[in-house]
Design a binder for this molecule. Structure first.
Ligand SMILES: [Zn+2]
Length: 300
C-alpha cells in the first residue's frame, strides 16, 4: 500500500478471560466492575474508552521514549497535563501556541487542553467502550484474604489481628467484547486554526508509524487496572481494519451486531477492508498499513 491514508477504523471482537481491567470504584472492601446499559436496556460488562485511550497513550510513550522522540516536559514523564504544563505557551498567539505544542508527538496525536492561551486539540486517536456481548460475558466476585506471616499462631493465641488480616472482594470477568477505534492520520501535525501542518512530512510519517505501533503494543498486551493479579488471558480476536485513502470518514459499524462485517463491506467496499481472525493476523494487517504515508490536506 503506497497511497496516502486519510483515516483508519478498527472494529472487532476480542475474547478476554479472567480480567478486571476497568472498575467503577471501591466501596468499603468491595470493588465494582464497570457496567454499561445498551439501547434495549440490557446491562452488560464494559471497559471504558478512557481506559483504552490511556493504555494506548502509555504504549505510545514507551515506544517514543525507546526511539528517542523529543517529548514536551509533561509527556516526557507521562503526565496527563500535556501541553498545559508548557510555560513557554503563555502569552503566545493561539496559532503559535498550537504550532509549539504540536512539536510533541504525544500532545499532537492524543490531544490536549491549554488554559493560557485557551486552546484545545482533539485527539487523532479515538476509542469507544469495549462492550461485552450480551450473553457472552461472565462475572464473579472473589473473596481474597491478605495473610500476614504468623497469622495462624496469633489466631490461636486469641490476639486481635484485624489490621493485618484483611478480607477484600474483587471482580473477575471473562467475555467477548466489541471494540471500535478510529485513527485520523490526515490530522497528524495539523494546526486546526490556520489549517497548515506544523511539522514536516518525515515527522508526520514517523508519528503515523508510532501510533500504529502503539496499537500493536496494546493489542499484544492490555495493561489496565489490577493487572498485577489479574493479567488478562487473551484468547481470540477477529475483525476489520477499514482504511480510507480519500477524504471520506471510514464507516464504523458496531461489532455488537452480527452483521457488522457485511454492513461495513457494503458501505466501504471490500478493497478498503482488511480482515483479521487472530492476533498474529491483526499485527500483520497493521504492518501493511505502515507501508503507507499520512494523507496531506490540500495535496491531490
Ligand atoms: Zn506533550
Amino acid at each position: 500500500m503506497n497511497n496516502p491514508v486519510y483515516e483508519i477504523g478498527f472494529a472487532g471482537r476480542i475474547r478476554i478471560n479472567a480480567h478486571s481491567l476497568n472498575n467503577e470504584g471501591t466501596v468499603g472492601n468491595v470493588t465494582e466492575p464497570r457496567t454499561i446499559a445498551l439501547a434495549n436496556g440490557e446491562k452488560t460488562d464494559g471497559i471504558s474508552g478512557e481506559m483504552l485511550k490511556h493504555i494506548h497513550t502509555e504504549s505510545l510513550w514507551q515506544l517514543a521514549k525507546g526511539q528517542k522522540f523529543l517529548l514536551c516536559s509533561a509527556c516526557d514523564k507521562l503526565s496527563p497535563m500535556k501541553a498545559d504544563a508548557n510555560k513557554q505557551l503563555k502569552g503566545m498567539t493561539v496559532e503559535n501556541a498550537i504550532n509549539t505544542a504540536l512539536g510533541c508527538p504525544i500532545c499532537d496525536t492524543h490531544g490536549f487542553l491549554v488554559q493560557d492561551p485557551t486552546i484545545n486539540r482533539k485527539s487523532t486517536v479515538e476509542f469507544g467502550w469495549a462492550i461485552g456481548l450480551p450473553n457472552q460475558f461472565h462475572r464473579d466476585i472473589h473473596v481474597h484474604t491478605r495473610v500476614a506471616s504468623g497469622e495462624k499462631k496469633r489466631s490461636k493465641d486469641g490476639e486481635n489481628n484485624v489490621s493485618e488480616q484483611m478480607i477484600y472482594n474483587r471482580p473477575t470477568r471473562s467475555g467477548t467484547y466489541a471494540f471500535i477505534s478510529v485513527f485520523q492520520p490526515w490530522r497528524i501535525g495539523l494546526n486546526e486554526i490556520n489549517y497548515t501542518y506544523a511539522i514536516d512530512n518525515k515527522s508526520r510519517k514517523e508519528r503515523y508509524d508510532l501510533v500504529l505501533d502503539a496499537y500493536k503494543a496494546m493489542m499484544s498486551r492490555l495493561e489496565g487496572a489490577m493487572t498485577t493479579t489479574r493479567l488478562p488471558h487473551f484468547e481470540a480476536t477477529e475483525g476489520l481494519i477499514i482504511v480510507a485513502t480519500t477524504a471520506m470518514p471510514v464507516p464504523l459499524m458496531s461489532p455488537l451486531s452480527e452483521e457488522y462485517i457485511e454492513q461495513t463491506e457494503a458501505i466501504a467496499g471490500t478493497q478498503s477492508i482488511q480482515k483479521f481472525n487472530s492476533f498474529a493476523a491483526l499485527m500483520q494487517e497493521i504492518d501493511k498499513i505502515k507501508t503507507a504515508i499520512p494523507y496531506e490536506l490540500g495535496v491531490t
